[in-house]
Design a protein around this ligand. Structure first.
Ligand SMILES: Cc1cc2nc3c(=O)[nH]c(=O)nc-3n(C[C@H](O)[C@H](O)[C@H](O)COP(=O)(O)OP(=O)(O)OC[C@H]3O[C@@H](n4cnc5c(N)ncnc54)[C@H](O)[C@@H]3O)c2cc1C
Length: 546
């Protein structure tokens, strides 16, 4: 899901109209205002401390809690609104039509045009970004995971991780759409893609899918965004070995003689509390996981010294190699009445359809371009044109950075994505070819009639790259021979015993679909390795808890 709000243009609180009333969702009937979940007492000592209850963290904790009797404490910086069945979640977070910003971290990066900043939405709530994302579901391509393994990460081959991806897809209750369910603009988009040379595809969540265009599967249940807390935590919430502590943020990992022994955390009362743990797993996402490592003295020694942080372990790759799927956009005014027509529909996801194409420089799999259309709702994009066509570079190679500001605040890391800057120009080549395809499609008469007049932009699309909101790679997984590697193939942080990372930040290269399901698989695969078991055994223990 791309997000294009330029911070300089829309500073201040998000407009009230981005938080809409839900029309149909089942859960929302009793969820008109959030109900705080009872606050658990914070233990002083646990077997496993997990930091971050987003997609990676929730999947990891679901399997760990179901499989073992060891005590687990899951810390989440944002609120925990309880199980889906408790109906305590805020309406805007449940409403799958919009990207709500009510729990946003308020992060930015410099825009590729260099003259403004670009907002990087990031949710501070149990479920992490799956609690405010676009709900398009993709498990990526087999080549993505075979590539991870080939880069020196055994245990990540497609054959090994496929059962975990399929489990994640089932837990997210992903369903495929048919053409008859699409809105008129989305149908026209698919037809234009077929006229532009793409085959029709109804298998976009298949690990062996090739080029094609069709309806995109989504993890939406009766209009409700089915987040990772519902998917993975609801089944284990009542397990006596699990405590979930919302509104509790880790400030620093406690490392003693090279061994992670716990963390200092900020309680909901604003107090600092120490928790002792036999093992610490960080799953705070691609911006906050490296920030937490740096704050704990684990990172490039020179950078830590400049920040005034005592070096615990010199790990040069922390906060480097930050990846995302870069996007370009073409904007249109829409035919008269389009926005109104779309608003009268009960609900629909932002990105109902996706086209995939192989660029001339794609050398490692079936496709590396996404094209899609965001029509009408634009709910999380105040002030943007009514209809936009997007092209994404799905194997983007440009590398950005995450570091800390002088205040060392782990919740507000300094992020520079450096979109479109890879030295070989791969990303710009792919984005240019995506633009060519979109231009051909936009000229198809049926789609052209819906798009209406182009809306001029301040910069050429290739000079104004926007984010797909899929940050990854900032704590890269790799072998000891890779100087940029932060964790090994078990998720273990180099140079610190008992410390692990289990979220999108460990991707050695970005998977070529939307990354929520692959991130759940990462959390699950680290859990399998920590348990010393097999995927089949871990999944069977989980299913017994249901
Ligand atoms: C606007 C948007 C739209 C998206 N749309 C899609 C889509 O349609 N399809 C798709 O597949 N993907 C989508 N994504 C991407 C997907 O949701 C994320 O890639 C995925 O959620 C990443 O999981 P994660 O575990 O790495 O991080 P997150 O889900 O971000 O979880 C990290 C969690 O850690 C918590 N945390 C951070 N610091 C601390 C701390 N110090 N102490 C305690 N807790 C902490 C955070 O509050 C957060 O809950 C979208 C993302 C965004 C932002």
């Amino acid at each position: 899901m791309p997000f294009r709000r330029h911070a300089a243009a829309t500073a201040g609180a998000p407009p009230a109209d981005i938080v809409k009333t839900i029309h149909t969702p089942r859960l929302a009937k009793t969820a008109t205002s959030p109900i705080p979940h009872p606050r658990p007492s914070l233990p002083d000592r646990v077997d496993t401390l997990v930091i971050g209850g987003g997609t990676g963290g929730a999947a990891l904790v679901g399997l760990l809690a179901a499989h073992s009797d060891e005590s687990i404490l899951l810390l989440e910086a944002g609120p925990d609104y309880g199980a889906a069945a408790d109906a305590g979640w805020p309406a805007d977070v449940l409403d799958a039509r919009a990207i709500p910003l009510s729990h946003d971290y308020d992060l930015t990066t410099t825009s590729s045009a260099g003259d403004t900043t670009l907002d990087l939405p990031r949710a501070r709530v149990l479920g992490g970004c799956s609690s405010h994302n676009g709900c398009t579901a993709s498990i990526g391509a087999a080549e993505d995971y075979d590539d991870w393994a080939r880069r020196g990460n055994p245990g990540w081959e497609a054959e090994q991780v496929l059962p975990l991806l399929e489990w994640a897809r089932a837990r997210f209750r992903v369903r495929r759409y048919t053409m008859t369910e699409l809105t008129e603009p989305q149908r026209a988009f698919v037809d234009a893609g077929i006229a532009g040379g793409l085959p029709f595809a109804d298998d976009l969540d298949d690990i062996g899918a090739a080029e094609g265009i069709g309806p995109m599967p989504v993890n939406i249940v009766d209009g409700v965004r089915w987040n990772s807390a519902f998917a993975f935590l609801d089944a284990v919430r009542e397990r006596p070995n699990l405590t979930i502590a919302g509104n509790t943020a880790a400030e620093r990992i406690d490392v003693c003689d090279g061994v992670a022994v716990g963390a200092w955390v900020r309680t909901p009362d604003g107090e600092t509390h120490h928790i002792t743990a036999n093992r610490v797993v960080i799953a705070a996402g691609a911006y906050h996981s490296p920030a937490l490592l740096l704050r704990s003295g684990i990172g490039p020694a020179g950078e830590l010294a400049e920040l005034g942080i005592e070096v615990v372990s010199d790990v040069p790759g922390v906060g480097k190699h930050l990846l995302d799927h870069a996007c370009v956009a073409l904007d249109f005014a829409g035919r008269p009445g389009l926005v109104h027509d779309l608003e009268t529909l009960p609900w629909f996801p932002d990105e109902q359809t996706v086209g995939r194409k192989k660029s001339s420089v794609c050398d490692d799999g079936p496709y590396d371009i996404h094209v899609f259309m965001v029509a009408g709702s634009n709910s999380g994009h105040p002030g943007l044109p009514p209809i936009s066509l997007y092209g994404g570079a799905m194997r983007a190679r440009s590398e950005g950075t995450v570091t800390l500001g002088s205040d060392l605040d782990v919740t507000r890391p300094v992020i520079d994505h450096r979109y479109g800057t890879d030295p070989e120009g791969y990303d710009r080549q792919v984005l240019g070819e995506a633009l060519d395809l979109l231009t051909t499609m936009a000229a198809e008469p049926a789609l052209a009639a819906i798009l209406g007049e182009p809306v001029p932009r301040a910069h050429r699309p290739l000079d104004d790259i926007v984010n797909y909101c899929h940050p990854a790679g900032s704590c890269k997984m790799g072998p000891a021979t890779d100087p940029a590697a932060v964790v090994d193939s078990t998720g273990a942080v180099r140079g610190v015993t008992g410390l692990y990372v289990a979220d999108a930040s460990i991707m050695p290269a970005i998977s070529r679909g939307n990354i929520n399901l692959p991130t759940a698989m990462i959390g699950a695969n680290i859990a399998v390795q920590l348990l010393g078991t097999t995927p089949a055994d871990a999944l069977s223990a989980f299913s017994h808890t249901l």
